[in-house]
Design a binder for this molecule. Structure first.
Ligand SMILES: [Fe+2]
Length: 298
């Protein structure tokens, strides 16, 4: 079996056809998908047979999965559940509920788990219940953004390290939306600001909403620089907006893209997405002693 690859954007993103990720897959087919992932950064699969066990099985072919901890309501499972529906009752969660306020952080451009000592390789998000309008997920190509940077900024970025923190990014949305337990579990991490793809050598800006400041710089100067980088990288020409359909599975490279959720009517419409997150293989830079890698990678 051979997959089909249809580019969805000039710079990145492709729709993969001729395969159902929910079915057992031979190594040759998986190798084609893996190669497309390295090349296109965002892969869209339509009309998939989706359930939790199938999503886990396919996701695990890319590597070990992160386990959602106390920082996610789906404690102790590989799923980061994104929904306005109560997991037990299925009722719509009111907008003022802490769980809904917490999800507002997803409206900021970010790279999943960049606040972990070993940041994520990729995320896989499947559409289980799609609202009739709104709720797109948008992606930004951080390779194209890097390529478009002025030469002096590229040079400035080499060797720079940023501190990433979930507490920092959530506080920019709503101060105090994280519990002390969540804060203890995810203290933060240091990350390089340029990542290089090991297969094709393409460089990508690594920043996003969890990036708080630049190590060794005055805090406000670093913050302003990161803000500028995030705005530069997410200009419309670098972005793809995915309109979800039932049966969609989309996966993205957290090393080379930023993404964000967009709004939908959470009172009138239902939405349920299930995300699995594949861990990376190593820290991007040695971590300061105060961050225990064990807990940061958990
Ligand atoms: Fe995300």
């Amino acid at each position: 079996m051979s997959i089909t690859i249809k580019p969805l954007h000039d710079l990145f993103c492709a729709e993969i056809g001729g395969v159902d990720t929910g079915e057992p897959m031979d190594d040759a087919t998986f190798a084609e998908i893996r190669a497309a992932f390295e090349e296109y950064s965002v892969l869209v699969f339509r009309n998939q047979t989706l359930d939790d066990a199938r999503q886990i099985a396919f996701s695990q072919r890319f590597g070990p999965l992160e386990i959602a901890g106390k920082a996610n309501p789906a404690t102790g499972t590989p799923f980061a559940r994104q929904s306005n529906l109560d997991i037990k009752t299925g009722a719509v969660i009111p907008p003022e509920d802490r769980r809904m306020i917490y999800q507002k952080g997803n409206y900021l451009w970010h790279s999943d788990s960049s606040f972990r000592g070993v940041p994520s390789l990729c995320s896989l998000l499947s559409a289980r219940i799609v609202p009739p309008e709104g709720g797109n997920t948008e992606f930004a190509c951080m390779r194209a953004a890097y390529d478009a940077l002025p030469e002096d900024i590229k040079q400035k970025l080499e060797g720079l390290i940023a501190e990433h923190s979930l507490v920092y990014s959530r506080d920019t949305v709503s101060v105090g939306s994280m519990t002390p337990e969540m804060i203890a579990e995810l203290p933060g991490a240091w990350q390089v600001m340029v990542r290089t793809n090991p297969v094709n050598g393409r460089k990508a800006i690594y920043a996003g909403a969890h990036a708080s400041h630049v190590i060794g710089w005055p805090q406000e100067e670093g913050r302003a620089f990161i803000k500028w980088l995030n705005e530069f990288s997410t200009q419309p020409q670098f972005c793809y907006s995915h309109a979800w359909r039932d049966g969609d599975m989309v996966m993205w490279d957290n090393r080379a893209t930023l993404h964000r959720a967009t709004a939908y009517d959470t009172i009138r419409h239902k939405r349920l997405m299930q995300r699995t997150t594949v861990g990376g293989d190593a820290p991007t830079v040695p971590q300061p002693e105060r961050y225990e890698l064990g807990s940061a990678a958990g």
